[in-house]
Design a protein around this ligand. Structure first.
Ligand code: GLY
Length: 350
């Protein structure tokens, strides 16, 4: 089923209408330290005397401890099966809030209002909820759609540039999965001059690409794995950077992952070399390389073999014949991956 996503810059009105239609027994608003301070005050008119539950900002709090704290606060507030939870924040808040709501009294309704680009184009839509557990990202969770997702670009202007770039990498991924036109439009964007953020259009196109894939395969039985484009290598680069004590944003890792997986696509599926070079130039100029040497290959390969996407220990990637024409479940050998990483280093000038 197509999830109900509302694109608007009048969040107060949209939220008031949705809550009016849902007729909840009570409203709980989940925020983090940042959105409590900077976003919540603007929504007062829509949420009235709702119970506000605040969690600390940061992925490290996407934990069972935080879930327990939120469940306890919901019980203390007298939440019932007919209550509605509004998740106001980035991916951590919508992932954790969706999970808390989906499990409280066997599931209450929730609304996502993503306040970051990453949250708007990825985490906030598509029905994946969850928390990190035992050192693994999104290890525990359920698939459950929000009643509604409200997406507004009015939150994005104040985001730090690193956060904007991080979200844009997922948009680039959606553009490559969608069509050559969409890819060309995105790599024509000047990320630093952030006037593009105010155009809900560009965000809407991105969300629609994700929605069309998720609608066809909500539980990730096959087609949804297309959304892993760039992520097999991206997650390995993200994990390596973390292990080195020099963490990079998710989007930076995905951008470099997209380049490496475009190299693999060129090697195995004849992805056009012209588009590969355009992509690599865009990523090099806007994100910069994540520096690796061939001494890092064994660690990177190890991360890739242990990735969630791997079925039985093989390296598994989504690749492209061309923009808009993807192939899921490509098994990549260690040799092919090492060659692709060599070419990534050349293209990124390292
Ligand atoms: N982030 C990929 C997905 O939602 O499937």
């Amino acid at each position: 089923m197509l999830q109900n996503v509302k694109f608007t810059n009048d969040v107060v009105q949209a939220l008031s209408i949705i809550l009016g239609a849902l007729q909840p027994s009570s409203v709980l608003v989940l925020v983090d330290d940042n959105t409590r301070l900077h976003v919540l005050p603007h929504l007062k008119q829509a949420i009235g005397d709702a119970t506000v539950i605040c969690i600390p900002a940061g992925e490290q709090y996407k934990s069972l401890e935080t879930v327990t704290k939120v469940w306890n606060e919901m019980i203390a507030a007298g939440a019932t099966r007919q209550s509605v939870m509004v998740n106001l924040g980035g991916g951590t808040v919508t992932d954790l809030g969706g999970f808390v709501a989906s499990t409280f009294k066997r599931g209450i309704r929730f609304i996502n209002i993503p306040t970051t680009i990453l949250g708007a184009v990825d985490a906030g839509v598509g029905g994946k909820t969850g928390i990190d557990f035992s050192g693994f990202k999104n290890e525990i969770g359920v698939f459950r759609n929000a009643e509604s997702v409200i997406i507004s670009s009015c939150f994005f202007n104040t985001l730090p540039i690193e956060e904007i770039k991080s979200g844009f990498a997922e948009m680039l991924k959606h553009g490559m999965l969608n069509s050559h036109d969409e890819f060309s439009r995105l790599i024509g964007t000047d990320l630093v001059k952030n006037d593009w953020i105010n155009s809900l259009d560009i965000i809407e196109n991105s969300v629609k690409t994700k929605q069309s894939i998720v609608t066809a395969d909500p539980m990730e039985q096959g087609l949804r794995r297309a959304l892993n484009l760039g992520h097999t290598v991206g997650h390995a680069l993200e994990s390596l950077s973390l292990k080195r004590g020099k963490p990079v944003t998710h989007g930076h890792a995905v951008a470099c992952g997209l380049v490496t997986e475009a190299v693999l696509s060129h090697m195995t599926l004849k992805f056009p070399s012209e588009d590969l070079h355009l992509l690599a130039t865009f990523v090099r100029d806007h994100y910069g390389a994540i520096n690796i040497t061939c001494k890092d290959y064994p660690s990177l390969l190890q991360f890739m073999h242990h990735d969630k996407k791997s079925r039985s220990g093989e390296i598994n990637c989504t690749l492209l014949r061309q923009c808009g024409d993807f192939v899921i479940d490509n098994v990549v050998s260690d040799n092919e991956m090492q060659t692709a990483l060599d070419i990534y280093r050349d293209l990124m000038g390292i």
